[in-house]
Design a binder for this molecule. Structure first.
Ligand SMILES: [Zn+2]
Length: 160
């Protein structure tokens, strides 16, 4: 499935999460939380493909790290550090991980909500559940929803 397909599935999952959290968990998202949910719906379905050199998320992360390093050079060393960390992670995953390897696993899906830790902190929040579900939608769309191995699983004819 290409990135547009993953994005569509991810956004539908995010809407499903919104409805689930609102009606089943009886939690009303505040304005900022809705914005975070939208950001999750746009970014998390694409994150797993950081292990593919030609994926859209790798391009965005390379552009983002270049911007961050430039801002760091001009304004603050914090941006410089974030930019270098993002660049390192992106290059390592894109160049050295097999496609559909560790990032395409249940373990990665379960760990992905930790990316929200700097925003949400160390307490339960429904957005953690949404982040897991949206990241996992990528595995589901790739046809490997319960993959636990770290090995790559390349299917013939698949494009990013
Ligand atoms: Zn994938």
């Amino acid at each position: 499935m290409n990135y547009k397909g993953h994005l569509t599935v991810g956004l539908i999952t995010a809407v499903g999460c919104f409805l689930f959290v609102k009606s089943i968990l009886n939690y009303e998202f505040a304005g900022t939380e809705l914005f975070i949910l939208l950001a999750i719906g746009i970014s998390f379905p694409l994150l797993a493909d950081i292990d593919h050199r030609l994926s859209i998320i790798v391009k965005y992360f390379l552009i983002g790290s270049a911007l961050s390093v430039s801002l760091g050079y001009l304004f603050s060393t914090d941006f410089l550090i974030y930019g270098i960390i993002l660049l390192d992670i992106t290059v390592i995953c894109a160049c050295f991980m097999p496609h559909r390897g560790p990032t395409h696993s249940i373990q990665a899906s379960l760990l992905s909500p930790l990316l929200l830790y700097p925003i949400l902190g160390w307490k339960w929040h429904p957005l953690y559940l949404c982040a897991f579900a949206v990241y996992w939608s990528h595995l589901w769309a790739d046809g490997i929803p319960f993959k636990t191995t770290m090995k790559g699983a390349v299917k013939k004819g698949d494009k990013k």
